[in-house]
Design a protein around this ligand. Structure first.
Ligand SMILES: Cc1cc2nc3c(=O)[nH]c(=O)nc-3n(C[C@H](O)[C@H](O)[C@H](O)COP(=O)(O)OP(=O)(O)OC[C@H]3O[C@@H](n4cnc5c(N)ncnc54)[C@H](O)[C@@H]3O)c2cc1C
Ligand code: HEM
Length: 393
């Protein structure tokens, strides 16, 4: 999703300042020093990669051939997580997943983590100039060490494969910019409905992107992905336009914390924009396997009717599952019978605060940000809202 999402996440539980003064001094020093170099972050990124590849030349082949297209996501993510070291409850599970997932890039060695730390600190030192004091140096060193240690320990502890492979068995072009792709893995991928996996396709080597399976785990392991081609998108356009039956995909460890808690005693509100409906459908499919479920209301939104490509399948599900209601929402098409008009944020909050519901939100970073902010204003408690806050690409 968009780069801004990395540096300006929507609020998450735990956004309040840390209560340990040591950590808050560290984070203050990190934030202030980053603010001094941030205007030069493109040059800093270039210098950072140059330094990394000179101190550890073997790391070059881990990265895509064309470094422009991967848009310094690693550097941005690094800076983002280092800014969050005073929020260990949020950060640690995420870092553990990230560390396990990094094995798919071939990253697990202490030397690799050390080289990256050297490059990060070297680049910051160079661009911060006089703002780089011994205290600032220590703050970044300590924070990076914590991040690297957490990731590396999780990677070492994981007994599972670094990635799974699977073959494309179906490629269905739904519209010019949307495809449903079914992949049969060689071994079942152990995901929970609502999670996502990163995927590498043969048309775009070493450019991994996150996709959310749209089905609950099945005995034959089959995975269904809904892929929207974004403008100038390297990977999504290749998948939608050029996937072939028989292509081998690689898939990383499942990640993400969206799930339905059937035992919470609360009803569920799901809000999905575009292909954000995929993980919702996976969770609903799982619920249909149980006799007794909480009531679920799913708002599924898009600009026009074509964006609601999955509505027929969802309506079929509502016909046999009385606990489920689906509300189509159209942003740019007023007056369509059976659909509400407006953005998802408008429509959902028009129905009230949903304060007694467990809320799940999925879609583009802009949609998540707008919807969560409006719901908070409407009175939905923050700790009832779940989404995957670390939109990392
Ligand atoms: C947790 C998670 C789950 C995801 N699940 C799915 C899914 O199930 N199906 C799916 O199609 N996509 C999903 N995505 C988005 C997907 O990972 C890619 O970001 C998207 O396909 C664009 O990749 P790209 O290589 O084509 O574009 P890039 O080459 O990376 O980017 C090209 C341009 O498009 C912009 N851009 C990137 N992503 C988006 C976006 N999502 N919307 C609008 N503009 C964008 C970039 O800022 C850039 O300007 C998910 C993302 C996350 C973080
Ligand atoms: C120590 C903290 C680190 C953090 C927080 C971090 C974070 C990230 C993130 C968020 C991504 C994008 C996620 C994805 O595409 O799945 C990424 C990608 C990547 N990382 Fe890391 N990483 C770390 C360490 C390392 C190290 C030590 C190496 C190797 C030297 C490395 C190599 C890569 C590569 C090759 C990619 C894919 C290409 C790219 O997207 O840039 N990372 N990293």
């Amino acid at each position: 999703m968009t780069s801004n999402a990395v540096l300006t996440p929507v609020p998450t539980p735990g956004d309040e300042p840390a209560d340990t003064s040591g950590d808050s001094t560290m984070v203050r020093l990190i934030r202030e020093s980053w603010a001094t170099v941030e205007p030069q972050q493109d040059e800093l990124a270039q210098f950072f990669y140059g330094l990394l590849f000179s101190v550890a030349p073997a790391t070059r082949e881990l990265f895509p051939v064309n470094m422009e297209v991967q848009r310094s996501r690693l550097l941005r993510a690094l800076v983002h997580v280092v800014h969050m070291v005073d929020r260990p409850d949020d950060l640690e599970p995420f870092l553990r997943q990230l560390g396990r997932d990094h094995r798919k890039f071939g990253v697990f060695l202490t030397e690799q983590y050390q080289a990256l730390g050297t490059a990060l600190l070297g680049a910051l030192r160079r661009f911060a100039g006089d703002a780089w004091t011994p205290e600032v140096d220590k703050a970044w060193t300590d924070a990076y060490s914590m991040v690297a240690k957490t990731m590396q320990q999780a990677a070492e502890a994981d007994q599972g494969p670094a990635y799974w492979t699977g073959q494309v068995v179906e490629h269905q072009r739904i519209t010019w910019d949307l495809a449903v792709v079914r992949v049969k893995p060689d071994q079942p991928v152990p995901y929970r409905p609502g999670q996502y996996v990163s995927v590498e396709v043969p048309q775009r080597p070493r450019l991994w992107r996150y996709l959310s399976p749209a089905n609950a785990p099945r005995l034959d392991g089959m995975l269904e992905f809904h892929v929207r081609a974004v403008d100038s998108g390297w990977v999504s356009r290749a998948i939608v336009g050029h996937s072939q039956i028989g292509d081998t995909w690689r898939m990383g460890s499942p990640m993400g914390r969206m799930s339905v808690d059937r035992r919470s005693g609360r009803e569920v509100l799901m809000i999905a924009g575009g292909t954000g409906v995929a993980p919702m459908r996976a969770m609903l499919e799982e619920l249909t396997r149980w006799g007794d479920n909480p009531n679920v209301t799913l708002f599924v939104g898009g600009r026009g009717r074509d964006d609601l490509y999955d509505l027929d399948a969802l309506n079929t599900m509502t016909a046999t599952n009385p606990w489920l209601s689906v509300v189509p929402v159209l942003e740019e098409a007023p007056g369509v019978p059976g659909a509400e008009h407006g953005t998802l944020a408008d429509v959902v909050t028009r129905h009230g605060a949903w304060a007694e519901h467990d809320v799940l939100v999925c879609g583009s970073p802009a949609m998540i940000r707008a919807t969560v902010s409006r719901m908070l204003v409407a009175g939905t408690p923050l700790d009832r809202i779940k989404y995957d806050p670390f939109t990392l690409d």
